[in-house]
Design a protein. Structure first.
Length: 191
């Protein structure tokens, strides 16, 4: 099973083929595109974790393409791989927030694969964190609504040390359930 989805964009079919082969040992689901326009269509129709783009492509630059990718989905991890690296290009791409990592051709498949795997893992952690935060907020809102509607349900008696006082707990479960129903008559037995 693939650990994540990678989209590689380069106008040279041989480069795409070589990257696909060199990254095949990793558990990435890999899609390729020879143009930024086709790559944007792929992004609209599928969920990717990482986009790896060349900078020198006909019709647009990788920098402009990755700007469009960021505008489409800022959570996508964006890498640039170029054979014509300049310091100005790297500074522009990094400082403008277009890319997370800059690679020069040729790069080692081991380093590239490791960085892609790390990016996929980090994106999964961030996504999981967002889901947990959303769930926490949802539960907090439900608890607040419950507090307003039935404040007695959340009442807790404590002693002078802060320990929770349970009161007399009946020895028989039937007695215990009856005591709960007597204390909270609004609760439905089915819930």
């Amino acid at each position: 099973m693939a650990i994540g989805k990678l989209l590689i964009v380069d106008d040279e079919p041989r480069v795409l083929s070589g990257l696909r082969r060199s990254l095949a040992r990793h558990d990435f689901e890999i899609a390729t595109s020879e143009s930024a326009v086709d790559a944007l269509r792929l992004l609209e129709s599928d969920d990717f974790d990482v986009v790896l783009s060349d900078n020198d492509m006909p019709g647009t630059t990788g920098t402009e393409f990755l700007r469009q990718v960021r505008d489409f989905d800022a959570s996508l991890v964006r890498f640039m791989l170029t054979g014509k690296a300049t310091l100005d290009l790297a500074i522009e791409a990094i400082n403008s927030g277009l890319i997370h990592r800059f690679f020069t051709k040729p790069t080692t498949p081991l380093e590239l694969g490791f960085e892609i795997a790390e990016a996929i893992s980090q994106r999964a952690l961030l996504s999981g964190s967002r889901k947990l935060l959303w769930e926490y907020r949802k539960q907090a809102a439900e608890l607040e609504q419950l507090k307003r509607g039935q404040p007695e349900i959340l009442k807790v008696d404590r002693d002078e040390t802060g320990a929770v006082l349970l009161g007399d707990i009946p020895a028989d479960c039937t007695e215990f359930l009856k005591a709960l129903q007597d204390q909270f008559p609004d609760l439905d037995e089915a819930s």
